[in-house]
Structures are given as C-alpha cells and as structure tokens.
Design a protein. Structure first.
Length: 272
C-alpha cells in the first residue's frame, strides 16, 4: 500500500478502480540438513510509488497484451481458469499470462516449456536477459517471445491461491490474484534488480516472525499468505492445498490512533 494515503473517511478519500494484477509465490524445498518449505521474496526499492521497502512476491499489473489469444498455451484453458478465478475467459487468460510473464521479468523463472509436458531447464545467459528486458520495456510481446523460442505457457504449473483487493482510500488499488508454483527443476532465481533492491528465499514462518519483530516490512496480504504457506509445511502441501477463491478487501481504519488494514474477520494489521 502506498505511503501517500489520503485521510481515511475524509472528503479527499479516493475510490480508485482496482487494476487487475497477478502475483506468484514460488516455492521450493530448502537446502541444508533441515530442508523445509521456502518461498521467494523481493524487497521493493525505496523509489517505488507502491509499497516501497515492502517484501512481496513476484508479480504486477495485467498488460493489455496479456489477453492476446496468440499466446501459445498448454494446461487448463482460459475457460476453466475463468471458473476458478471468477472472471470471464479473456480476463482469466490475461491474469494467467501476467502471472507467468511477471514471474519471468522479476525473477528469471519461466513457467513454460517446448512441449505441453516440458519445462525450460535454464533461463540464464545474455540472450535470455535481452528477452527479459524487452518484455519489461514492452518492446517484445509475450506471445512473440514464446513463439520465437518455440515455447508454450504451462498454465498447469500454477495453482490459484487467493484474491486480494487494495482497500478503498488508497490512491493505487489492485485486484490481485495470488498463485502458487513450484520452482521448476533446473531453473534458478536471479537477482535481476529493477523494482527490487533485495531478494531472498525464506521459510514463510521465518518471514512472518521477522515482520513481527519489526525487521521486515510486508503488506497484510503477504503476511497472511506466508502464514498460510507455513501451515502447508511442504511444497507438495502448498500445491495440493484445498483453496476457495473469494475476494478479500480490507478496510483502512484508525485503531488506537494508528492506521491499520482491518480484514473482514476483524483481524487488523499495521501498515508498513
């Protein structure tokens, strides 16, 4: 949530329309003798207008070209995703494409393969980096990127997790679908800079504990999601968890003189 918040409940409170967005929790089995579930987090640079300094998952707003029907596709079709996400098929297509595209742009991980049952083994190298940058500056459409490399988007590698809507009163609002995905075998995340100034693989419970100690900043959806991931225990547990997708829209309220995000159930979170 942005830092330039209007006064809650005042005449200057704005009700900007939320922009469709997608974010992906990349998960893996941790290294070392203890192992354990880890999730990939990015710290947004202090110069970013939305949530500066907060740790988030890779993701971003839907681009108009994400709905392009020319995107090479494998896995559940947009019509099936529409039922899961509660949207029409064109928006379902755009949300899934945005999830895959943004994950590649922000982490270097690509949920795509040369065949419907395959996945890219490595996305490092100057040629991949050139394509990633071209996607970011929108000089290369995602459909053309896949075509040129002979790849298909693997929608079956994503699992719908939740839907969060930025509270009314925020100048920048997003209607974000959260997805989970396993880190593909052979691929590695890369600190690609840009909107983030730090990256980390962390156990979700450790991330929540760091937020509670005041050592990390997170928006309420990220904190809640990390708690949910921690409860799953393993990457397999995450990908097989039963999920019911319903919109969650916190309210901005003053609690003990402090502006907080209050969830529908009454839990409230301090804002970073």
């Amino acid at each position: 949530m942005a830092t330039d918040r209007p006064r809650v409940g005042g005449a200057d409170a704005r009700a900007a329309d939320p922009r469709p967005a997608a974010t992906v929790m990349l998960v893996r089995e941790g290294g070392g003798p203890s192992g354990g579930l880890e999730v990939y987090l990015l710290r947004r640079a202090a110069t970013m207008p939305f949530a500066p300094g907060a740790y988030v998952f890779p993701g971003g707003g839907v681009d108009a070209r994400d709905a392009d029907r020319d995107v090479r596709w494998a896995g559940p079709p947009p019509e099936r995703w529409a039922g899961v996400l509660g949207v029409d098929p064109p928006l379902a297509r755009a949300l899934v494409c945005a999830a895959v595209r943004e994950t590649f742009e922000e982490s270097g991980v690509l949920l795509a393969g040369a065949a419907p049952d395959g996945v890219v083994g490595d996305t490092r190298g100057d040629d991949w980096e050139a394509d990633r940058r071209a996607l970011i500056d929108r000089s290369l459409p995602f459909s053309a990127f896949l075509d040129r490399r002979g790849l298909v988007l693997r929608s079956d590698l994503l699992r719908a997790w939740s839907q969060w809507i930025t509270p009314k009163g925020e100048p920048r609002r997003y209607d974000t679908r959260f997805f989970a995905a396993l880190l593909p075998e052979g691929q590695q995340t890369r600190d690609v800079g840009g909107e983030a100034d730090r990256v980390a693989w962390m156990r979700p419970a450790d991330a929540v504990a760091a937020v509670e100690r005041g050592e990390m900043a997170m928006l309420p959806p990220t904190v809640v999601t990390c708690r949910e991931l921690a409860a799953c225990g393993t990457p397999r547990g995450v990908m097989t968890a039963e999920r019911a997708i319903a919109p969650i829209e916190p309210e901005l309220r003053r609690v003990d003189g402090e502006l907080r995000a209050v969830l529908p159930g009454g839990a409230h979170h301090t804002l970073p």
